[in-house]
Ligand binder design. Structure first.
Ligand code: NAD
Length: 503
């Protein structure tokens, strides 16, 4: 098959796949084989205009649905997703590379938000104060914003959009999803599922593309809010540009998550969790553990245990029948970038305990594989320590005390997730209080909050003040009106009074 015969992954406008007007495309790879499997449309202004029109029609139809009817569509979507999630998992693996069971895990975490959203009437019902003043009632209404934009990263092509769109739709908004151009197909599968669930056409619109599509959404007056997840420099750009254009914005950025291991911790548990959280999804998770802070004297023993476990990891095609533990990275360019961070660490004096550079898998020589890598004594001045690597590279930094470890975590740019491993409840409690990070695990390595709490980091891991999902999600996707009402009753009518209303 030549490149020209490959399918073009389209937009989704008015409830159907819509070819692009732009003629611009980008290749979409299967990262395990390195082969181009399709091309994705990259929007230009005509596509952006069409997406806005589609979402406008969708909003008019969907916002007129009663709460009960909206709820039945959400329940139908949940049932369809639950029954057919295996199809979605295979699509994710084919374009992202993560193993199928991990793709199923990503869907399960997204489905949690769908299930939360099914109970939305309780969360958008507002409040009522009877007789706030004589004969005056005050109440609040929570109304949808209108058209909302969701811009997602490559690493969770289903879960991250699902952090936002179930709640946005439950609240009566129309969504435009701009997926990552690296793995765009999951969004179209989800769009088709919404159609089958009974969502009016246009209420779930997909705009494929790159910076041009993103900028189109950031500058469109019709778009009321932006929910972004991706790297920190882009998150900051999105936050600044969308805010300047008067939009509500939540922009989640990158991470550098530390695991603090106290000397009393169970080192077998720690080694298991460090390997799971460091190398799962090939380290391409914003909540991956990338630094183990070992409070001495545990480092040598812990490194031995982690090394033993790394030796047993199976790396390969995530879609293979005999499922490996870890798949490839997303692209050749990203693999080379990850590799360059190991070079930097080495040049800066780190000790390479396990080297994943140049890793190949038999029969998949063109795949974007990178082996699990363990670094010891990584200098905290090295860019390999300060910057996000986003690959299967676990760095050990040795510290002498809890305070030294805590100070390192708090001195970093990011504040997404962290974990402490200890059997000392007092130390754990102190840590949760003192650490400057948004999501904390106590003997839990990847503390992604459940759907009814909210997801979001501190510092350069989240721009804006609204986290994803939970109550924050419902606040973000609704706009409140406060109504002060008096039904005229001649006895309560105060006559003319130019003073400021008081109780
Ligand atoms: P990315 O920032 O490169 O891309 C994210 C989105 O922004 C994509 O849809 C992309 O098309 C768009 N984009 C890219 N460059 C742009 C530009 N110059 N202008 C406008 N839009 C642009 O991120 P990625 O590589 O897809 O994802 C990995 C990053 O996402 C990592 O940094 C990871 O930590 C982060 N992430 C964070 C969280 C979180 O919850 N904080 C969750 C998942 C991923």
């Amino acid at each position: 098959m030549t490149d020209h015969d490959l399918p073009v992954i389209a937009h989704w406008f008015d409830g159907a796949a819509a070819p692009s007007a732009s003629g611009r495309t980008a290749p979409v790879h299967n990262p395990a084989t390195g082969a181009v499997r399709a091309h994705v449309a990259l929007a230009d202004q005509a596509d952006i205009t069409a997406a806005l029109a589609s979402a406008g029609r969708g909003f008019a139809a969907w916002s007129a649905f009663s709460i009960a009817k909206r709820q039945s569509v959400l329940f139908a979507f949940r049932e369809l997703l639950n029954a057919r999630k295996g199809e979605l998992a295979r699509i994710i693996t084919a374009e992202h590379g993560k193993v199928v069971s991990d793709a199923m895990g990503e869907i399960a975490r997204g489905q949690e938000v769908v299930e939360l959203a099914c109970g939305f009437p309780h969360l958008i019902k507002g409040a009522f104060s009877e007789n706030a003043s004589n004969g005056v009632d005050v109440y609040s209404l929570k109304q949808p914003l209108g058209i909302v934009g969701i811009i997602s990263p490559f690493n969770f092509p289903a879960m991250v959009p699902m952090w936002f769109f179930p709640i946005a739709l439950a609240a009566g908004n129309a969504v435009i999803v701009k997926p990552s151009e690296k793995d765009p197909s999951a969004s179209l599968w989800l769009a088709q599922l919404w159609k089958e669930a009974g969502l009016p056409d246009g209420a779930f619109t997909v705009l494929q593309g790159d910076k041009v599509a993103v900028d189109g959404l950031l500058h469109a007056d019709e778009v009321q809010s932006i929910s972004f997840v991706g790297s920190t420099p882009i998150a900051q750009y999105i936050y600044e540009t969308a805010s300047k254009n008067g939009k509500r914005v939540q922009a989640l950025g990158g991470a550098k998550n530390h695991m603090l291991v106290l000397p009393d911790a169970d080192l077998d548990l720690v080694a298991d969790q460090a390997v799971n959280a460091g190398f799962g999804a090939a380290g391409e998770r914003c909540m991956a553990v990338s630094v183990v802070l070992a409070v001495e004297p545990v480092a040598d023993e812990l490194i031995a245990k982690v090394t033993e476990r790394i030796a047993k990891l199976r790396i390969g095609d995530g879609a293979a029948d005999a499922e490996p533990d870890m798949g490839p990275l997303i692209s050749a360019a990203h693999r080379d970038k990850v590799s360059s961070y190991v070079d930097i660490a080495e040049a800066d004096g780190a000790r390479i305990v396990v080297d994943g550079r140049g890793y190949t898998v038999d029969g998949y020589e063109d795949g974007f594989f990178f082996g699990p890598t363990l670094l010891d004594e990584v200098p905290t001045s090295s860019r390999a320590y300060t910057e996000e690597i986003f690959g299967p590279v676990l760095s050990v930094v040795r510290v002498r005390t809890y305070d030294e470890g805590l100070a390192l975590i708090n001195s970093g740019d990011f504040g997404n997730g962290t974990a402490i491993f200890t059997n000392d409840g007092g130390a754990a409690r102190r840590f949760q209080n003192e650490v400057q990070v948004g999501m904390i695990g106590i003997n839990v390595p990847i503390p992604v909050p459940v759907a009814y709490h909210s997801f979001g980091g501190w510092k350069k891991s989240l721009f804006g003040d609204a986290k994803a999902y939970g109550v924050h999600g419902f606040d973000f996707f609704t706009r409140e009106k406060a109504v002060t009402s008096r039904w005229l009753d001649p006895a309560a009518h105060g006559g003319i009074n130019l003073g400021f209303p008081q109780n």
